[in-house]
Design a protein around this ligand. Structure first.
Ligand code: HEM
Length: 543
């Protein structure tokens, strides 16, 4: 329930004028004082209604099961802010007896609904997908930093954009990109080898490397431009994304102020995060404009464009230049931090389970050419490596690089027959659903690549990791708003990981990291280790 700024301001203006008139006062001081008084009265009434009366006595959601120990006014807000991103939802889904929906309360008892059965998820993500849209504050942020690209737009505009962009992500097209993925993966291995040198157990922060290789892959395979991020850690694009997605101290202040000042006003104030955001967005936009101009010059010369995402979007004829800038910004952001997060968590897992690392390395070395070998690596090499694919699927399941996402009911609707009023916030938690024993069986909470390995020719269960429903694996969501880059991401992830594991041995720098429950995981869009993923790396002979 959002604070009705406009209505409250209008009533305050009217009320203070009436009071001034009734008191026959022409003093500005009296007018301002009575304006503040009427404002205060309304805030008190609104607050009592929205934070106490509605959630406790009137809301149709009040009978849904809730986490125990919620604060009378702050619900689960402090728990959520204290624990690693997505961790409370992971616990609630398993601990609270539910029939597919859980309600929890956020600051000032604002209600949230967590769909957690396959049927509830199917309704939110597929059958009623366009009734559950991105909430206005999330859309405003995404729109500011990405423009109105595929991730932001809703309804018919979304259907139209998605149709135009789909050919760039077709199965056949992604298959043709494997050699590009492999060549960038090799380049990153060579650059990292140079940095490690002959040192045994050299300390490295791998999420930055993963980000840089991700950026170069989306640049080369998605836009026909090598950004050179692997070769240059100070690459302006890398720095711009660091500014955009790494949280600053002022974010917390902005979050709190957001309860009392409208975001349209806050966003104009010179907070550090807003200043960073504006300069980063300007830089990224200028790179995108330059890319589009270069492609247009190719078209003007009558030459044929490549089949990268940008070329497909341009050739569809369905986008203006500014639309194309938004799409490019969307693919750059959506396409590199997510995969980078998956690669970082894969490295973490390899440190945690040295025997899995060894088994994976054996398969890679047996099946793929060594890094110094120029032979092309194709989809038939990568897609037929059972343990590599099982390991990648299990990392995506267990760590869910996008741990949670959010929707808002755009009108009064239902989930599983439960009335959901317009404006209700619905939290979708891949991090919780991906390890729910109801859907995955009793070993859901274990990291176990074997669940994806076929035990016989007609073992069909392995394709879905043995889960009882498609909706059990939510890392890319499902339905019309699922990740359009899923095939691209899986292929890129497998190539980079294979090249890294073939060449390097990974170990924890800080042994205490082995205790997952102590990890400080934060992040809005993707899950990151707050201190960075610091590991020890050694170059191994023979690959
Ligand atoms: C491991 C890597 C990745 C993961 C886990 C991932 C996950 C997701 C998720 C969960 C969403 C839905 C977000 C929401 O609606 O709230 C999404 C959407 C999207 N992803 Fe990915 N993604 C990955 C890689 C990529 C790549 C490589 C690209 C592009 C090449 C990409 C492009 C997009 C786009 C454009 C959307 C918006 C789709 C739409 O709304 O129609 N993603 N992704």
């Amino acid at each position: 329930m959002d604070f009705p700024w406009l209505a409250v301001a209008s009533v305050s203006a009217l009320g203070s004028s009436v009071l001034s008139y009734a008191q026959n006062s022409r003093s500005w001081g009296f007018l301002a004082g009575s304006f503040a008084f009427v404002w205060y009265l309304q805030v008190t009434v609104w607050f009592t209604y929205s934070a106490i009366v509605y959630p406790y006595f009137l809301s149709p959601l009040r009978h849904l099961p809730e986490p125990a120990g919620s604060h009378w006014l702050m619900g689960q807000a402090t728990t959520i802010r204290k624990e690693p991103t997505g961790a409370p939802a992971r616990r609630w889904v398993q601990e609270i007896p539910h029939k597919g929906l859980i309600r929890y309360r956020w600051f000032f008892n604002r209600e949230r609904v967590l769909p957690c059965s396959a049927k509830a998820l199917a309704e939110v993500l597929v059958t009623k997908s366009y009734s559950f849209q991105k909430p206005a504050p999330a859309s405003r942020f995404l729109s500011r930093v990405l423009g109105d690209g595929l991730l932001v737009v809703e309804g018919d505009e979304h259907k139209h954009q998605r149709r135009q962009l789909m050919p760039a992500f077709s199965f056949r097209h992604v298959k043709n990109l494997y050699p590009v993925f492999w060549s960038k993966a090799r380049e990153s291995v060579l650059a990292m080898t140079a940095e490690v040198g002959g040192r045994k157990g050299a300390e490295m922060e791998v999420s930055n490397w993963a980000s840089r290789v991700g950026l170069d892959i989306i640049g080369t395979a998605g836009m026909g431009r090598d950004f050179g991020a692997i070769q240059d850690a100070k690459n302006p694009l890398v720095e711009s994304y660091n500014k955009l997605f790494v949280p600053t101290g002022s974010d917390r202040i902005l979050f709190i102020l957001g309860f009392v000042i409208p975001f349209t006003v806050l966003n104009r104030l010179p907070f550090q995060s807003r200043v960073n955001e504006a300069s980063a967005t300007k830089k990224i936009k200028s790179v995108c404009r330059e890319l589009i101009a270069a492609k247009k010059a190719i078209l003007a010369r009558g030459e044929k464009l490549n089949v990268d995402i940008l070329s497909v979007a341009m050739e569809s004829g369905g986008f203006t230049d500014e639309d194309l800038v938004s799409q490019m910004m969307t693919f750059l952001a959506a396409g590199h931090e997510t995969t980078a997060s998956a690669i970082s968590w894969a490295v973490y897992t390899l440190c945690r389970y040295p025997e899995i690392q060894q088994r994976l390395r054996e398969e890679i070395r047996e099946r793929l050419p060594a890094i110094d070998d120029d032979r092309e690596v194709t989809s038939s090499d990568i897609d037929t490596m059972p343990y590599l694919n099982a390991f990648c699927n299990e990392v995506l399941r267990y760590w869910s690089p996008v741990p949670q996402t959010v929707r808002e009911a755009s009108h009064d609707t239902t989930i599983l027959g439960q009335p959901i009023p317009k404006g209700t916030i619905v939290f979708i938690s891949p991090k919780a659903v991906n390890v729910d024993p109801e859907l995955w069986g009793p070993d859901a909470g274990e990291f176990k690549p074997e669940r994806w390995l076929r035990t016989s020719e007609d073992d069909k269960a392995a394709a879905s990791g043995g889960a009882t429903s498609n909706y059990a694996f939510l890392s890319f969501l499902h339905g019309p708003r699922s990740c359009i880059g899923q095939g691209f991401a899986k292929a890129e992830f497998a190539c980079v990981l294979a090249a890294w594991v073939g060449r390097f041995q990974f170990e924890f720098r800080d042994e205490e990291d082995a205790d997952e429950s102590k990890l400080d995981i934060r992040g809005g869009l993707t899950a990151r280790l707050y201190k960075g993923m610091h590991v020890k790396m050694t170059v191994l002979d023979g690959f």
